[in-house]
Design a protein. Structure first.
Length: 256
């Protein structure tokens, strides 16, 4: 009787071991890459429930969701010999589970190394101004190069973004002075253009007054009206000779 009980317990334990080793479940975003006696089985298992042969089969689960990879800060020398410290972020996912297991030992570490070396190489071929102003173009170049390098591993790189660009403090001050000088230059150009346009309008006004002298008299009267509204107690203004000439002539005639 005791032997039968022991045998039953052994059978139950073996059954439990078989079930836990043989019955596997893969989520919707997971795939199981199975090796049977060392040979790769095609296609990968999942999603859902599937059966493995205990001891004979070995499974490696692969996550198909998008992975966020933070690229550590890299010391970069730009094309115009400016030292900078740059970090980035890359988004990628596995599109071929078999290749990600068979073709590379550790796809995460390999992708990180490729991203770091590519970041230093690409940014070293661009000027600092391009790195600051043409960020989208540089991101596209980085994405294409890293995606091409990781494609044999079953990885698809969708986005690469340069996050922060740190430059030395003295370079920041020099850029600030350059920006200030550029603003002053633009202000002077705008002021010169305004004076040029004003001189053109004055020239046109002079031509009108030359053809119609009465316009000068009207302008003079308008000026008097404007001066009349002033709060000053004493106002000195020139009197046009044309206005007082008749009075001078009459005074000269009476004296004769």
């Amino acid at each position: 009787m005791l032997g039968a009980i022991i045998g039953l317990v052994v059978v139950v334990l073996l059954l439990l071991f078989f079930l836990t080793s043989a019955v596997k479940v893969a989520r919707e975003y997971e795939r199981g890459v199975v090796f049977r006696l060392g040979r790769l089985l095609d296609p990968p298992k999942g999603p859902g429930l599937f059966i493995l042969i205990p001891i004979v089969d070995r499974m490696v689960k692969v996550d198909l969701r998008t992975i966020t990879l933070n690229v550590p800060p890299q010391e970069v020398i730009t094309k115009d010999n400016v030292p900078a410290r740059v970090n980035a972020v890359a988004y990628f996912r596995i599109v071929d589970p078999k290749a990600s297991v068979v073709s590379i030992e550790n796809f995460m570490a390999a992708t990180s190394q490729i991203a770091q070396t590519t970041l230093r190489s690409v940014l070293g071929q661009h000027l600092l101004d391009e790195l600051l102003s043409e960020r989208d173009k540089i991101n596209s170049i980085l994405q294409e190069i890293i995606d091409e390098a990781t494609a044999p591993w079953g990885i698809k790189v969708s986005i690469v973004e340069v996050k922060d660009v740190e430059i030395p403090a003295d370079m920041q001050r020099a850029m600030a002075r350059q920006a200030e000088a550029e603003r002053e230059r633009r202000a002077k150009v705008i002021n010169a253009e305004g004076e040029f346009q004003a001189s053109e309008r004055l020239k046109d006004a002079a031509l009108v007054i030359e053809k119609h002298p009465i316009a000068l008299q009207l302008r003079y009267l308008q000026t008097l009206l404007e001066l009349g509204g002033s709060q000053s107690t004493t106002i000195v203004f020139p009197a046009p000779i044309d206005l007082i000439k008749p009075f001078l002539e009459r005074a000269d005639g009476s004296s004769d």
